[in-house]
Design a binder for this molecule. Structure first.
Ligand code: ADP
Ligand code: MG
Length: 589
């Protein structure tokens, strides 16, 4: 094992002189008495390397011994990850808190330095159901059996699949498979003999380790992200859709609603698993989520939402270096579940904090800075992260997906900065939050004029475009009216303005904190959009602005009442009828 000694300390970076082979991104530990502080090699030069330490570097000094592990920064993959709250290094935080003997719910999310716990519980047994038999041929990532894990019980949902190690090269024959029974993640459940007989047998355990910065690519092919991912947020699904296996970003100034929007999506989006990476946001906010989530009932399963959720949490008070690890850990866990044929959503909040960590490290490495002192490789790192999204076909013909949505929090809400710009170049959808909208409490504050998406909507494109056209014209009239006043505006223009306001009030705005309004499934969006369309395309017979305004105020109120009704209730049908009659009665015949 290679060892070394610290020759320099600079913030969270140490420079180490070493005596054997080391590799870029290899993990090592600085040894402080009994304490071992984890670090990752970020640059190798001759017989010295620079390492980012995932802990406070207090007390580290020239001469402190360092031990290298020979392994890249890796995640443990297998049963036992769901419902966990991890830090960026995949330490289970509840476990750490218990270990540290802390009791307070808030304090428990701050770890003791140098304490690391396995990502997967070692003592827990899982009910292994073999699906492959001796003599079967397998390759990397092929399922050989499954276990029950929470809602993944092999009944309404598939079981948690146990797969041949992702690192296998070529084809193997199963020479042993464990009988059905209870096993820990460390026990052997199968042995594989390489085809052609070259090399030794491979022991298969339920747990495997995978380097987080390397994408898992055991699938047969990548597919185009053509299917709309149902988020049940109307503005998104109808106007700025996300695709299953696609990417999108939510830039917005502080307080514009990024985190609330991510949490709404985590709750309601039609996916199998959500991995939420809270990256560098305020601790209070994160703790709130952690307390709330286990109590929220998953509308899909009737069970706690946590059963299909993993939270990776690195608050602003945790060491900066682990922010970087947290986004990679999140996406690696997502790829693992995609390989099982599941649809996974990764939510990263906020990627700006991750970029700041990159900037800090780059500064310490004294690299040539790019724009706003971000490293020159900022764009390629961001691109590489989003490229790990995708819908894939597996070797057995089934499909799985990883969708990535990241928030960006540019200072002052100015989107013309490197992180937002680099992200916009690679993502398929842009949900720009506007300060003006959030100030007016028009939530979600997704700007309906600036935002865009390359993916397909749940409504036909030409219908969406026609309505957006009215919205755009309504906005122009609104700007003009600020100058010339209502009196100087024609009745026709004024009507366009009212139509746009109507759309905003009844369709774009959606209250995340109201049970009935927070989530609008696609089927209901189609019905609602049909009525909105009628109201907006109608030519009205009014002679005066006041009359027109009254009509729209009344229509809006009826529509908002309608939004509150269950789709299968008699009131729903009655109000739809009422809305349509009102529109027809006011229209030119
Ligand atoms: P950000 O993450 O962009 O800083 P938050 O998501 O924390 O902002 O939102 C700030 C506040 O705005 C929330 O605490 C909430 O009061 C309000 N808010 C945001 N989104 C909504 C929404 N969809 N419905 C109602 N209120 C919202
Ligand atoms: Mg936030």
């Amino acid at each position: 094992m290679t060892t070394g000694k610290i020759v320099g300390v600079n913030g969270n970076m140490i420079t180490v002189a070493f005596d054997g082979p080391v590799a870029q991104n290899e993990v090592g530990y600085a040894k402080l008495g009994d304490m071992r502080l984890m670090a990752e090699i970020v640059r190798v030069r001759g017989d010295r390397c620079d390492m980012q330490v995932f802990e406070s570097t207090n007390d580290l000094m020239v001469g402190t011994p360092v031990e290298f592990s020979g392994e890249l920064l890796a995640a443990e993959l297998g049963p036992g990850m769901l419902a966990q709250v991890y830090d960026g290094l995949q330490n289970p935080l509840a476990g750490l808190a218990a270990e540290a003997g802390k009791i307070s719910a808030d304090a428990s999310y701050f770890l003791q330095r140098g304490m690391y716990l396995p990502g997967l519980p070692r003592d827990r047994k899982w009910d292994f159901h073999p699906t492959a038999k001796v003599g079967d041929k397998v390759a990397a990532g092929d399922p050989i059996g499954w276990v029950t894990e929470g809602i993944f019980d092999g009944k309404t949902m598939p079981g948690h699949k146990i797969m041949a190690p992702f690192a296998l090269k070529g084809r193997y024959t199963i020479s042993y498979i464990a009988p059905a029974g209870d096993y820990t993640v460390a026990e052997t459940v199968a042995r594989l003999a390489p085809e052609g007989g070259a090399g030794g047998e491979v022991e298969v355990r339920m747990m495997q380790r995978w380097p987080v910065k390397v994408p898992i690519r055991c699938y047969k092919e990548r597919l185009e992200p053509t299917e709309t991912l149902e988020t049940t947020v109307r503005t998104i699904d109808t106007f700025f859709p996300v695709a299953v296996g696609g990417t999108y970003c939510i830039p917005g100034p502080f307080g514009a609603g990024k985190t609330v929007l991510q949490q709404t999506t985590a709750r309601y989006a039609k996916v199998d698993i959500v991995i939420s990476a809270a990256c560098g946001e305020r601790a209070g906010e994160v703790v709130e989520t952690l307390k709330e989530f286990p109590e929220i009932v998953d509308p899909k399963t009737g069970q706690s939402l946590m059963q299909r959720t993993i939270i990776i949490c690195n608050t602003s008070s945790m060491p900066v270096a682990s922010r970087e690890a947290s986004v990679y850990t999140a996406v690696t866990l997502a790829e693992y579940f995609r390989q099982q044929g599941l649809n996974v959503l990764v939510l990263a909040d906020s990627t700006s904090r991750w970029a700041q960590a990159m900037r800090e490290l780059s500064g310490r490495l004294e690299e040539i800075p790019g724009e706003e002192a971000f490293p020159a490789y900022l764009e390629s790192r961001i691109a590489a992260f989003y490229e790990r999204a995708g819908r894939v076909r597996l070797r057995d013909g089934s499909t799985g997906s990883v969708t990535i949505g990241g928030t960006v929090s540019p200072a002052g809400g100015n989107f013309d900065e490197p992180v937002t710009q680099a992200t916009l170049k690679v993502v398929g959808g842009f949900h720009g939050l506007s300060r003006a909208r959030s100030d007016a409490r028009r939530y979600p504050a997704i700007d309906p004029l600036d935002s865009w998406s390359h993916y397909s909507s749940v409504i036909e494109q030409d219908r969406v475009e026609r309505i957006r056209g009215i919205l755009r014209r309504g906005n122009e009239v609104s700007q003009m009216m600020k100058v010339v006043g209502e009196e100087g505006t024609s009745l026709a223009d004024f009507t366009v303005y009212l139509k746009a306001e109507f759309l905003d009030a009844v369709y774009l705005q959606q209250n995340a904190f109201s049970d009935n309004d927070a989530t609008t499934p696609v089927a209901r969006q189609r019905i609602m959009f049909g009525v909105v369309e009628k109201a907006m395309l109608a030519e009205y017979s009014f002679a005066e602005k006041d009359e027109t305004r009254k009509f729209f105020m009344d229509l809006q109120q009826t529509f908002i009442d309608w939004n509150d009704k269950a789709v299968d209730s008699p009131e729903f049908a009655a109000l739809k009828d009422e809305l349509e009659k009102k529109i027809a009665a006011a229209s030119k015949s």
